[in-house]
Design a protein around this ligand. Sequence first.
Ligand SMILES: [Mn+2]
Length: 325
Amino acid sequence: MRAENAARIAEAIHAADSIFIAAHENPDGDAVGSLLALRSVLLGLGKRVHAATPTPPPARFHYLEGLEAISTDPPAERPQLGIALDCDGSDRLGALEEALLAAEVVVDVDHHGGPERFGGIQLVDPTATSTTMLVMEIARALGIERPSQAQASALYTGLIADSGCFRFTNTTPEALRLGAELVAAGADPSELARRVFTIRSIEAVLLEGRALSSLEMLDCGVAVAALSLDDFAQTGASQELTEGIIDSFRDAIGVHAAALLKESEPDTWQVSMRGNDVDVASVARKFGGGGHMFAAGCTIEGPREAVQERLVAALRTAVREAASG
Ligand SMILES: [Mn+2]
């Protein structure tokens, strides 16, 4: 089925002269990697290509060839072929949706499992590790056995972005084989892993240091840390830079639940919680928040000591319930 649909897409590509390719808003490594790898393949075939995302790609992907060519506008003319990448439903194309669906032939290339499929040809496989894996399939159908180094780097970026660098449960033998193929074609695994995952600003590192020095491990298996407005001011870090900090202590042995309190305004605390075996969503709901069973959040107002005390009491109860349930 997959090979058959990839062959149909290759035919549609051969038949078209102007091609519009687009990926979802707030594009991640897989969206950007898919878009740039396919753009390069199509340009190599002499096609006129317009590549776009509804919101600009993050600057962190500047190492990928062609990033500056990604537009946020639809093409000037109605394209013959429109290919949507990594979109779980055409609405993920935001303001570009209408222009893409207006193409003479519309193609949906995706690895999400959602029911909202679209277009005349679909290359959709929820077992595929990344959309770049499906783009490689299209490249093969076009007769490309070995991608260029730039294409390999873009394809590899999507593959590691969506598999957590081959750590998530979607890491299949096929993903590892494709990884090997792309490295053989010139993708640099060490450099790309750094670019996609570990590179960050010094402010983010300093902020994590502050969070970790405030970390307390309570005897009930709850680890809790806090960042005050003063911590943000002293490190020069913005509020978004807390992303990932909680994961650096949730994995400590003995932690059942972890919480990070972040002061967004004086005496207003945004609480992120992670549970290893504890339903933290139920705790979040007690404070008017919500989320998934093992990843949830809420907002609590008051001085830090009082907020932390109320939160820890609720987490302690949840840990006890998890142990007895
Ligand atoms: Mn993806």
